[in-house]
Design a protein around this ligand. Structure first.
Ligand code: MN
Length: 199
């Protein structure tokens, strides 16, 4: 079991929620990302990057933008287990993060940061400590370079999620509005909630 997701486990009762417990041994290696739309008390998008054997996570109230002029608040949350990347369902009322979760986008990412000294790629943990993450996303809805910049540390560190100005930038797109469905199941939030009730 990964001790690294202790905070994640402490917040949840796994006899109540269908979220993964993080107690299994997930395949390591690879660099996946996932963006989960989460209809909790406040609707937000959870942006997660695989770093080693966890998903480093931020809650983004407005979700990602494809316009480089937008700076989207991203609040760093607890690391999640890798299995969470496939989780879609309903977290029951009264439980931590209660509400419907939909896999809004996913794919692989590449780390774009290089260290100034030798031009070698900077490892993700150093980028996180440094408060600047730059990644190239290959998703189904979202692609291209994105930067995450820490603007305030503390209990709930605040970062900004910003589209980098590259060929994938597009100020006219509004993917959170025009492409609301799950990339995993094609369902919308209501479908997932209804399907869960039927179970
Ligand atoms: Mn969330």
């Amino acid at each position: 079991m990964s001790r690294k997701v202790g905070k994640y486990r402490a917040k949840r009762k796994f006899d109540k929620t269908s979220e993964p417990s993080g107690s299994g041994r997930a395949a390591q290696g690879g660099t996946r990302f996932v963006i989960q739309k989460h209809d909790a008390s406040n609707l937000h998008y959870d942006f997660r990057l695989q770093v080693g054997d966890v998903l480093v996570s931020w809650a983004v109230p407005k979700g990602p933008s494809t316009d480089p002029r937008d700076k989207r608040l991203a609040v760093r949350t607890e690391d999640h287990p890798l299995e969470y990347a496939d989780f879609e369902g309903v977290i029951p009322e009264g439980e931590y993060g209660a509400g419907t979760v939909l896999v809004w986008d996913h794919g692989d990412y590449r780390n774009l940061r290089t260290s100034k000294q030798d031009d070698e790629s900077m490892d993700m943990k150093s980028s996180l400590d440094d408060g600047l993450v730059e990644v190239w996303l290959d998703g189904e809805k979202i692609s291209g370079g994105y930067a995450l910049k820490r603007i305030e540390d503390g209990e709930k560190p605040q970062w900004l999620l910003i589209k980098m100005d590259d060929a994938c930038a597009d100020a006219r797109r509004r993917p959170t509005s025009t492409q609301p469905l799950s990339v995993e199941s094609g369902r919308d939030l209501d479908d997932i909630a209804t399907d869960t009730e039927k179970d």
